[in-house]
Design a protein around this ligand. Structure first.
Ligand SMILES: *Cc1c(COP(=O)(O)O)cnc(C)c1O
Length: 404
């Protein structure tokens, strides 16, 4: 075989549209919660591909599902259904509130489908002008035009005007503010049970219950964006299960494929029929390859052992972070649920989250930010305790640079 083309990090700047600023090393290989770069330097992975690599890297369950399906059938197009997608749909509907599933390839696409479904349900209701969407400040729902518009961070949408209209943003966790804008013209309320990109901010249960009641009162769909919180991330299969609030629509992606791109919109028999043949679609969504991997990942995660393991690891992580913080006094607050953890920097370190992840990289640790003031960890759901210990030791060395 020919030698592969030789590439370096600087080639990113040569050839890639500059929407990202990746670290100055290139990961080439991973196993479990460890990654190696081109120089064979090892890293502990507390980033988990942004809450995606739920089983870590190269887990045999995912590798076997992928390779087995790869030799059989990759893609057939929407003129045909396939076995893996039907199996995955059965798993998702049997284990959640949902009766029906629409498959796609990403979180943004799942939310796009959810918002379009809500608009269609509003139209079909016969109530004039029932197209209003209520969303929350600081929210993140993806990067398509509709989803950046629904998101509550103007920096992601303002350059792309004119935006789809009829979207109203109010403060997160402020039920009175939501009450003031939800009415007969509202077709949907979209909310993250824990705002992920926005800084790892959990929704109050009373807030979610209040939204449920308002949606019932005014005939609006309650959409839970569980793209980041879903598939075991919080220690429940889906975060709504921790809240006692059942949405009408749930979107899931990220961890669903364990690293293989796949997304889904879940809903009920009440709303699914508002989409009919031709109203919405996708070329790749629910293809056999993605569905086979997702089915295997989902089955592995949806067990008491793995889900309990997430809660246990949360406590373990939290203890280690608290010990570290007692010594160094860097974090104002450590918040989140399960293996979605946000460490909020004290005021004197405001804006330093990105620097900390850069120093973490130098020390051999992959970590994330959630805005300028929050260091975020979303590791594999099955990360071994010794990798947590080693990652925390490396984090400690990175934080020492902050003190300087
Ligand atoms: C990541 C994320 C999205 C977007 O998912 P993509 O797969 O990047 O399109 C949407 N909503 C939430 C809550 C997310 O965390």
């Amino acid at each position: 075989m020919e030698q592969p083309i030789s590439v370096t990090r600087s080639n990113f700047n040569d050839w890639m549209v500059p929407v990202f600023a990746p670290a100055n090393f290139i990961p080439v290989r991973g196993e479990g919660s460890r990654i190696w770069d081109q120089e064979n330097k090892e890293y502990i992975d507390f980033a988990g591909g942004i809450a995606v690599n739920a089983l870590g890297h190269a887990h045999p369950v995912a590798v076997n599902a992928l390779t087995e399906q790869a030799t059989k059938l990759w893609h057939v197009g929407n003129g045909y259904t396939n076995e893996p997608v039907l199996r995955l749909a059965k798993q998702l509907t049997e284990n959640t509130f949902a009766d029906k599933v629409f498959f796609c390839n990403s979180g943004a696409e799942a939310n796009e489908a959810a918002l379009k479904l809500a608009r269609k349900v509003g139209l079909d209701s016969g109530v004039a002008g029932k197209s209003g969407i209520v969303a929350f400040k600081n929210a993140f729902h993806g990067r398509t035009l509709f989803t950046v518009s629904a998101g509550g961070q103007p920096k992601y949408s303002q350059d792309f005007a004119p935006l789809p209209n009829g979207i109203n943003h109010v403060a997160f966790n402020d039920l009175e503010a939501a009450k003031a804008v939800i009415n007969e013209q509202t077709c949907a309320v979209i909310v993250e049970p824990i705002q992920g990109e926005g800084g790892v901010i959990p929704a109050d249960i009373e807030f979610l219950k209040g939204l449920r009641a308002l949606c019932d009162e005014f005939g609006a769909l309650l959409i839970f964006d569980e793209v980041q919180t879903g598939v075991g991330r919080t220690g429940a299969l889906y975060a709504y299960m921790n809240t006692g609030v059942i949405p009408d629509v749930l979107t899931t992606a990220k961890a669903l494929g364990g690293g293989f791109p796949v997304g889904a919109m879940l809903t009920t028999d009440k709303f699914a029929p508002h989409f009919s043949v031709g109203t919405h679609g996708t070329t790749y969504g629910g293809n056999p390859l993605a569905s086979a991997v997702a089915g295997a990942v989902f089955e592995f995660i949806n067990t008491p052992e793995v889900l309990e393991g997430v809660k246990h690891r949360y406590q373990y992580f939290l203890n280690a972070l608290n010990t570290l913080n007692a010594e160094h006094q860097i974090f104002e607050e450590i918040r989140g649920q399960g293996l979605l953890i946000g460490c909020v920097l004290k005021a004197e370190y405001a804006g330093k989250a990105k620097d900390i992840t850069t120093w973490a990289g130098e020390e051999g640790l992959l970590a994330l930010i959630a805005g300028p003031d929050v260091v975020r960890f979303t590791p594999s759901l099955i990360i071994p305790e010794q990798d947590i210990d080693e990652g925390i030791a490396r984090l400690k060395r990175a934080l020492a640079k902050l003190a300087k």
